[in-house]
Design a protein around this ligand. Structure first.
Ligand code: SF4
Ligand code: SF4
Length: 456
């Protein structure tokens, strides 16, 4: 039975037919939920680019610390071991940049760029994908399926470890040489033995160590704790309105196995942002914003929000950071200048003074010199010498176009002869020896010694 609103008595439970529209609900509309930036996708793209770079650098000889040849190849530059100072300062520069990155952006290197993390995650993903695929398509009992997926995982990991170890050692040994050692299963020579040991270590890392390396062996996590401060970018859980539904998805997706809700300063947290995506996924379906964010320090605003200037949004948030950035720029500029001023062909000329001079019957005076040339480029170069400021003199028994192959060092001795007609003063005569290689010209000051009493 139906009733109208007017015919109702208190306690009447009949269905009411309203004859006027319901008043409008004045509850606030739910906040529009942004889908959120996908850090997982960003990380996977960056990981892919890093893997490509990791493979390309040594295999194309863009970067190699060639131990057998004692050379450092760096984007077309071929630095010799005698130039180790440049290599050393370049390494120090890279370390300084990584440390500065930790101060500005927390452990983004660990989460986004570190090869150990990239390959550990790849190993975990491979293992779980293989397990799911075998469970889906193979109709054996659980024990056999498990055995099959584990065997496949070990097999693929073994192949992957061999390839990765090969690329890693190619940073220190020329790849053709390395391939030959691999094909002949050489474990007797130092290079072959190092390759075998590295392959084994990479495999053990893939199978057992993985992210445990970050919390047990790697010092960078601890270092980061010292470098960070109240303006460093961190991953932070904020729940002022008690909206967390305790789904624990943020914990389940974390490769480091931690709960970010307990503290933003856990040594295991690599600031990867996977928990941010997870929370956005869960709460987004309920029409709410995620509770985990990248923030500038525990008290700071969320990444990309707030009324800050562009440089503050990039992380330049105090004088300390400005100083660090200036140091990086000056250091980088000095390194670049040192590299660009470096000459491909190193020429050293020194007088041989075991005898000051020799004089023949005709009265011609000879001074002996030693020439050392090192061609630090990969191309053949020709060196030509000239005498400047010593009129009437000439080279003796010296082919004055010294050809030096790429990577070659050589040494020559030569004499400069001053016939009696040469207008030289008795004793010490100063002059310059000019060397020319292609368009590069250099000169050194030398002395030519004649008899102190003019007997010519
Ligand atoms: S994913 Fe979000 S809602 Fe779920 S437990 Fe973590 S913080 Fe709470
Ligand atoms: S807590 Fe979040 S940011 Fe930290 S490692 Fe785990 S998933 Fe990454």
């Amino acid at each position: 039975m139906f009733a109208t609103e007017q015919s109702l008595e208190p306690g009447d439970q009949r269905i009411v037919i309203l004859d006027k529209p319901l008043p409008k609900c004045d509850r606030p509309k739910p906040e529009k939920i942004e889908p959120g930036f996908r850090y997982h996708r960003l990380r996977k793209v960056i990981h892919f680019v890093c893997v490509i770079i990791f493979f390309i650098l040594p295999l194309s000889s863009l970067m190699r610390f060639d131990i057998p040849k004692q050379r450092f190849y760096f984007f077309g530059y071929e630095l010799w071991i005698s130039e180790f100072s440049i290599v050393f300062f370049s390494m120090m520069f890279l370390m300084f940049v990584v440390a500065a990155m930790a101060m500005f952006y927390g452990r983004v290197y660990c989460g986004y760029l570190c090869p150990q993390m990239i390959f550990s995650e790849a190993s975990l993903t491979l293992e779980s994908k293989l397990q799911r695929t075998v469970n889906k398509y193979v109709r054996w009992d659980a024990k056999k399926r498990n055995l099959l997926s584990k065997s496949l995982f070990y097999l693929i990991s073994g192949l992957g470890a061999t390839v990765l170890a090969f690329v890693f050692i190619a940073y220190f040994v020329e790849p053709h040489d390395l391939l030959h050692r691999l094909m002949t299963l050489d474990i007797k020579t130092t290079g072959g033995f190092a390759g075998a040991v590295t392959t084994l270590l990479v495999l053990l890392d893939f199978l057992f160590l993985r992210q445990r390396f970050c919390t047990t062996v790697c010092p960078y996590g601890y270092l980061q704790g010292m470098l960070g401060d109240g303006n460093t970018l961190i991953v932070h859980y904020r729940d002022e309105n008690r909206e967390c539904i305790e789904c624990k998805k943020c914990v389940r997706v974390c490769h480091m196995g931690i709960d970010i809700r307990t503290s933003p300063y856990q040594i295991e947290c690599i600031h990867c942002g996977e928990c941010i995506d997870a929370c956005v996924d869960v709460l987004g379906r309920l029409g709410k914003q995620g509770l985990i964010h990248y923030v500038w320090g525990e008290e700071g605003e969320k990444l990309g929000t707030g009324e800050k200037t562009w440089y503050q949004k990039l992380g330049l948030r105090d004088a300390k950071r400005v100083v660090v950035l200036l140091i990086i720029l000056i250091y980088g500029a000095a390194l670049f200048t040192a590299l660009s001023m470096r000459r491909a062909v190193l020429v050293e000329i020194s007088p041989m003074r075991t005898t000051l001079y020799r004089q023949d019957e005709s009265g011609t005076v000879y001074n002996r010199f030693r020439l050392q040339v090192a061609n630090r480029s990969s191309k053949q170069q020709t060196l030509v010498l000239a005498i400047d400021g010593l009129p009437g003199t000439n080279f003796v028994a010296f082919e004055n176009a010294v050809v030096v192959d790429g990577g070659q060092s050589l040494e020559r001795e030569f004499e400069i002869a001053a016939p009696p007609s040469a207008p030289l003063t008795p004793g010490v005569n100063h002059f310059r020896l000019v060397s020319r290689v292609g368009n590069e010209r250099d000169s050194v000051e030398e002395t030519f010694i004649t008899p102190f009493k003019d007997s010519r």
